[in-house]
Design a protein around this ligand. Structure first.
Ligand code: NFS
Length: 667
């Protein structure tokens, strides 16, 4: 198997080398990934950058002009002349595009909600005493989450509160009618809009099932009606499945607060056993943290000639434990194959989501052991060691033991890029509250005041994936730099957070890149100009923070009134579409980069880019160029500031030549 894979990979690269050579500098600005791409080419190994380079995206699919929901087709419409044709059943381009979009939302929302449900399963088993290896670590968080959904906590014991909290939160998934529990956190006027539109979510299972039903051949054939339901489905993710994932993970494993962490491939060490976790569910990672700290396993590593064991994360569970425990992070989605090329990874263990099948071949080429661990996600030809929460160490200890064996038998020369950056991560919405308000008056008031007085113009959430169809990291970096330069405070999660960390923006010193107002706030508080909140499911922290801003007052009555904007500059996954849609449905203006899955010139496109705002929600937008992307967000923020009446004209300061020169010198 291994040899076959190697031969196949090398033949593929040799064949493709003739087709079109990859321009490494144009593919990524990440120096570690560039270095690994150079080595890959020397070694004749192919990764996703090469595949994207040699495979043109399907133009009909890219236009969302294809319907394959039944076997009368697949039907191909012409996106350039969208009303010239309909499908065999008569479906119009608007129906087809709305259904395709809806199914992206379903898939993305299902990924987040299934992840959240796994966390809730662990929570239930911990509360019932069936799982002993995990426990309720953060009782303050337990109490505050319970209170936020109206559970009585006064004079009750923790087990009682936890039992009731579990029972309530279960309806986030299983509720067949009514409103899910976290609707109690939504600002009243936003909730009113949703009620009027009939999009307040019931349990996610119900919404996902109904969305799949509606997109079956011959069911919902009105793009506006489909859009209502995919908004409801997306809300069942953001305010439901994802929010439960975050809150329950905080209760079980601790709520993040700032700590200093290293990011990039330079966190690996040649003389250590290196273990990487790539995936999304923190329970697996938590157990691995315990395994690599086990004195017996550390001794075993030393007996094998290593100085110790390095554990690093990649992708989102990596971003989560980076925020929660300061575990180093080796890189984002487009670096997961590249890191294997170091030859230094002794084991990579994966769970669910954003795991490239191509890893199997690269691991074979460099002798790295790859393990799948989650029953939902096997990879053909890859060894599966199942992770069971009731006995977590049996999986994670075994993987460490195997990694130690591989360390002893490393065959390939090791080449670890030396790049790494230390930054401050771990800003939960609770910590933002505390940081800005202080212990005795923890509140969002100082943030709101700084927005009202114009030092901070507004808040942006810049999140999401990296995508080989654009230069890796470039768009994230440029968008965020432009935003902070214009005094917009940036909140981040997922792969985007890792990009900015790699480029050194997670330090208080990076405040010099911010405009004068934001810089002043950063310097007063001692915070970086970008705040990392964790993984993609932790985007729910942004929703909670935004709701707190509305409730604190002075910035309007609903989420749509806030001078705020969302962005996923290099998105690629269906989860990003679900996130985008729940931001939009929550009232947030949201810009995507790279590509947009719906072409212009259709009524459905107009609905996404204008009509939803007329419904009282937010709106989608799209820009590939990072500066244009950032300025669309800034323009929206300024529009909202105008509407709030807080854009009072700044007094003009008349400066003489000397004063101007002093200013230039300071810059
Ligand atoms: Ni989000 Fe995480 Fe990264 Fe994108 Fe994938 S790892 S859940 S989907 S690629 S940010």
């Amino acid at each position: 198997m291994a040899t076959e894979n190697k031969v196949a990979a090398k033949t593929a690269v040799a064949a493709k080398a003739k087709e079109k050579k990859l321009n490494i500098e144009a593919a990524t600005i990440c120096p570690s990934t560039q270095q690994m791409l150079r080595r890959a080419e020397r070694d004749g190994v192919e990764i996703a950058f090469h595949r994207a380079n040699s495979m043109k995206a399907c133009p009909i699919g890219a236009d969302s002009a294809c319907c394959k929901h039944c076997s009368m087709g697949p039907c191909r419409l012409n996106a350039k002349d969208p009303y010239s044709k309909v499908g065999v059943c008569g479906a119009t381009i608007d129906t087809i595009q709305a259904r395709n979009f809806a199914r992206m939302v379903v898939s993305g929302a299902a990924a987040h909600t299934d992840h959240g449900m796994s966390m809730l399963d662990v929570f239930r088993e911990v509360v019932r005493g069936h799982i002993k290896d995990f426990k309720i670590k953060d009782t303050d968080k337990l109490v505050s989450v319970a209170e936020s959904i109206g559970i009585e906590t006064q004079d009750r014991d923790i087990k009682d509160i936890a039992t009731e909290l579990y029972e309530e939160l279960e309806s986030t998934y299983t509720g067949i009618e009514g409103e899910i529990p976290f609707m109690k956190r939504v600002p009243e006027k936003t909730l009113e809009t949703w009620r009027k539109l009939g999009i307040v979510p019931r349990g996610a299972m119900r919404e996902l099932m109904e969305m799949m039903h509606r997109t079956h051949i011959g069911v919902d054939q009105d793009y506006e009606n489909i859009a209502k339901h995919f908004s409801r489905t997306a809300l069942s993710d953001g305010w439901g499945g994802s929010m439960v994932a975050t809150e329950v993970s905080d209760i079980l494993f601790g709520t993040p607060s700032p700590l200093s962490v290293e990011v990039d491939m330079g966190v690996l060490k040649e003389d250590h056993v290196n273990v990487i976790i790539n995936g999304h569910e923190p329970n697996f990672f938590e157990s691995m943290i315990v395994s690599v700290q086990d004195p017996a396993l550390i001794q075993a590593a030393k007996d094998a000639g290593a100085k110790g064991i390095v554990l690093a994360g990649m992708c989102c569970s990596g971003a989560e434990v980076l925020s929660r425990h300061g575990i180093p992070h080796a890189g984002n989605f487009m670096s997961t194959e590249a890191v294997i090329i170091t030859g230094a990874v002794d084991a990579m263990a994966v769970d669910v989501q954003c795991i490239k099948q191509g890893l199997a071949t690269v691991c074979d080429c460099y002798g790295t052991k790859l393990y799948t661990t989650n029953p939902r996600a096997h990879i053909e030809g890859v060894e599966h060691i199942e992770f069971v929460e009731h006995e977590p160490r049996s999986c994670t200890d075994e993987i460490v033991i195997r990694a130690i064996t591989r360390f002893k038998n490393r065959q390939k020369p090791v080449e670890i890029p030396k790049f790494k950056h230390t930054g401050i991560h771990g800003f939960s919405h609770e910590y933002i509250n505390y940081m800005l308000g202080g212990t005795f008056r923890g509140s969002y008031k100082p943030l709101n005041e700084n927005i009202i007085n114009g030092r901070i113009r507004g808040v942006a959430g810049v999140v999401g994936c990296t995508n080989p169809r654009v230069q890796q990291d470039k768009v994230h970096l440029e968008v965020v730099k432009e935003l902070i330069k214009n005094d917009v405070l940036v909140l981040q999660t997922g792969c985007s957070q890792i990009t900015l960390a790699k480029f050194g923006l997670y330090t208080p010193e990076a405040a010099h890149l911010a405009g004068p107002g934001l810089q002043e706030v950063c310097e007063t508080v001692g915070m970086p100009p970008v705040l990392g909140l964790g993984s993609c499911v932790d985007n729910s922290r942004i929703l909670v923070a935004a709701s707190e801003m509305v409730k604190t007052g002075g910035l309007g009555n609903c989420l749509a009134d806030l001078p705020a904007a969302g962005s996923a500059p290099e998105w690629m996954s269906e989860k990003a579409i679900s996130i985008g849609q729940y931001f939009v449905a929550s009232g947030v203006y949201t810009v995507f980069g790279a590509t947009f899955p719906i072409t212009q010139n259709t009524k459905f496109h107009k609905l996404l880019f204008k009509g939803l705002e007329d419904w009282g929600l937010g709106t989608w937008d799209f820009a590939v160029d990072p500066i244009e992307h950032a300025h669309k967000m800034i323009a929206h923020i300024e529009k909202k500031r105008d509407a709030l009446g807080i854009n009072k004209k700044k007094e003009r300061v008349l400066m003489d030549f000397e004063a101007r020169r002093a200013l230039d010198a300071a810059a």
